[in-house]
Design a protein around this ligand. Structure first.
Ligand SMILES: Nc1ncnc2c1ncn2[C@@H]1O[C@H](COP(=O)(O)OP(=O)(O)OP(=O)(O)O)[C@@H](O)[C@H]1O
Length: 635
């Protein structure tokens, strides 16, 4: 029994984002219009993969033919191109959901980024993936006739739209399962109505598809003096999965096209690794490093991971267990010879074979990145700019490979003073001063805050390089990454800086004298600030600034504390240590102040040090009042 809603014709509206996508795509992707065929053949191939997978449990789904294939045909008189597959097909509900909406996380945010500038938007749209909707680049009407595998011929569905904002859907009889996509070409697209042209596009874009892509054979007809189609189908692609071929038979272009298919990207990848692994676990990997981050990179729920095949049979997209999360930018295929065909996500989590694949693939990707960094530094920069922040997560997530990951990191530093992240730990170590045994860094909310931190003053004076870190992930990374090459990573804003080895005798003597002679001042400040500080002491860090705040070496850095608080976490109370530079001219004033003003000075020194460090003051209005009070005393 079928209810009326599944048999009658209905006109439905596209989701607002689909309308927007269609409009933008038609206008910005026109110069790339041939991609429609790649997208539709790609979908057809995915539909066959899904059927093959579902049929593992329900072989009856393959009724009427187990040989899966894609057929491309054209009709000069009707001015149509038809792409047919005998894959999984769609039910009425699926057709409405899949061909009328975009069901992907982050879609709204994505559309809000579009600027109206054709070139920029074309890039963004490419990044988003246009899929089925790319049909409307060349067609002014698209008809889809589809039947879900397992349903009867009467339960077919006909979907049609002119891409303007609505589509109709109604019941239709369809003899075989699968999907026919019929493109009614726009007026100027007649050049596509040619067997030669379509074959050329298919070979270029779809040669790697593992299923046969077929077209009707054509022969030259003397009488008509034109190519005439015969009844016989022929394959136009190689029809064996690209990763199963041997490397020497595959051109760079083929690798690149395959990447576009698996990654739904428009741009070429930066690098790839193609290997057959034998031994404890047997599998083939074809893994790619993209050149740019997908729009939903930072969305934790976004799909990620590589496609899993078992002995050429597609099992699942986004098999995130096959790679650690910090390599979630990697795209590609892993084809295992060991896993059972009915493997589920749950089984993947437990499987020893999967663990072996994950370890092997991780090592492989790290080698690709090392190779890129060494031999193609410009490409590595592209990679680093797109994915550096994600890779940093690996320092905590993958302790076994921490050292290798650390070598791949890039930082901004006081050496150039530029925000560009291009300094390696090895560069830093090579520039370390005589007697310097630590790698120094500062963390702050922004590059400027880091670069202007007062904590850097003594390092600048002594010409010691400091790494400038301002990404959220840095604090997290520094919790795990404690040293490089046996040299500890030390925050310039934490603990008592041990710069002794870098100071000459005279300096040391001078420091001791200063500390001694300003003891009463330090005690007075301590008494005035009381519970607000943990300690007041004379600094060795400052040159130009009067004071700064620091925390003990074992405490959370103020930057991390703020991040945790912003994320709603309870963090234990901690009081700052106020370090003063008593030789700064300001202290003449402080020393000379009346008892009443001294309190204001003490508080002001603490507050300005906290501001410089990036903190938000508890009582900003009180701070302003104190500044004004003391400014007025000047005259
Ligand atoms: N030939 C087909 N057979 C069965 N289902 C299909 C077919 N073509 C499209 N679909 C369904 O429509 C959905 C939407 O397709 P569309 O091409 O817009 O996006 P996609 O392939 O999921 O992703 P992308 O936009 O990245 O290509 C697919 O996920 C699939 O479920």
């Amino acid at each position: 029994m079928t209810d009326s809603s599944t048999t009658t014709a209905e006109t439905l509206g596209f989701q607002a984002e689909v309308k927007q996508l269609l409009h933008l795509m038609i206008h910005s992707l026109y110069s790339n219009k041939e991609i429609f065929l790649r997208e539709l053949v790609s979908n057809a191939s995915d539909a066959c993969d899904k059927l093959r997978f579902e049929a593992l449990d329900k072989p009856e789904l393959l009724e009427g033919g187990a040989e899966l294939a894609i057929t491309v045909d054209f009709d000069k008189d009707a001015r149509t191109i038809t792409i047919s597959d005998n894959g999984i097909g769609m039910s009425r509900e699926e057709a409405v959901a899949n061909l009328g909406t975009i069901a992907r996380s982050g879609t709204k945010e994505f559309f809000s980024q579009l600027t109206g500038d054709k070139q920029k938007d074309a890039q963004l749209i490419g990044q988003f993936g246009v899929g089925f909707y790319s049909s409307f680049i060349v067609a002014d009407k698209v008809t889809v006739i589809t039947r879900r595998a397992g349903l009867t011929p009467q339960e077919g569905v006909r979907w049609e739209s002119d891409g303007q904002g609505e589509f109709t859907i109604e019941a239709a009889e369809k003899a075989g399962r699968g999907t026919d996509i019929i493109l009614h070409l726009r007026e100027d697209e007649d050049e596509l109505l040619s067997g030669w042209k379509l074959r050329e596009i298919l070979r270029r874009y779809s040669d790697h598809i593992s299923l046969p892509v077929r077209m009707y054979k054509e022969e030259w007809n003397e009488e008509k003096s034109e190519q005439v189609k015969s009844e016989e189908l022929e394959n136009v692609n190689q029809a064996n999965a690209l990763w199963t071929r041997s490397k020497s038979e595959i051109t760079d272009e083929q690798y690149q096209e395959f990447y576009k298919h698996v990654a739904h990207d428009f741009e070429n990848p930066l690098a790839w690794a193609h290997n057959r692994v034998e031994g404890r676990s047997e599998y083939t990997q074809l893994l790619y490093i993209p050149a740019r981050a997908p729009f939903d990179m930072w969305d934790r729920d976004a799909k990620r991971g590589v496609k899993l095949y078992v002995r050429r049979v597609f099992i699942m997209d986004d098999a995130e267990q096959l790679l650690p999360a910090y390599l979630r930018f990697v795209r590609g295929v892993i084809d295992s010879a060991d896993l059972p065909l009915n493997v589920s996500r749950e089984i993947l989590q437990e499987s020893r074979d999967v663990r072996a694949i994950r370890e092997g693939s991780t090592k492989r990707i790290l080698s690709v990145l090392e190779d890129l960094a060494e031999n193609k530094p410009e490409d590595y920069t592209v990679f680093w700019n797109a994915f550096g922040q994600v890779l940093k997560e690996g320092t905590g997530e993958d302790m076994a490979n921490q050292e290798r990951i650390a070598k791949l990191l890039r930082f901004a530093s006081t050496h150039s003073g530029e925000p560009t992240q291009n300094v390696t730990f090895a560069d830093y170590v090579a520039r370390m001063k005589e007697g310097q045994d630590s790698i120094y860094y500062v963390t702050a909310e922004s590059f400027n805050a880091a670069a202007n931190s007062p904590h850097l003053e003594i390092f600048r004076k002594k010409g010691i390089e400091v790494l400038l870190m301002s990404e959220r992930v840095d604090e997290w990374m520094l919790n795990y990454l404690r040293e490089f090459d046996g040299k500890p990573l030390v925050s310039v804003a934490k603990g008592g800086l041990d710069l002794d080895k870098l100071a000459d005798e005279e300096e040391k003597k001078h420091q001791a004298e200063v500390a001694e002679s300003f003891k009463p001042l330090v005690e007075r400040l301590q008494a005035s600030l009381g519970e607000q500080v943990k300690e007041v002491r004379v600094t060795v860090r400052l040159v130009d600034s009067p004071a700064c705040v620091v925390v003990d070496a074992n405490e959370l850095s103020p930057q991390l504390r703020r991040m945790l608080q912003a994320a709603g976490q309870d963090v234990p109370e901690s009081k700052p240590i106020l370090e003063i530079n008593p030789e700064h001219a300001l202290f003449q004033r402080v020393q000379a102040a009346s008892d009443e003003d001294f309190g204001a000075w003490a508080k002001l020194l603490l507050e300005q040090s906290m501001l410089a460090e990036g903190a938000h003051l508890e009582d900003p209005a009180g701070f302003v009042k104190r500044v004004n009070q003391l400014l007025l005393k000047q005259g």
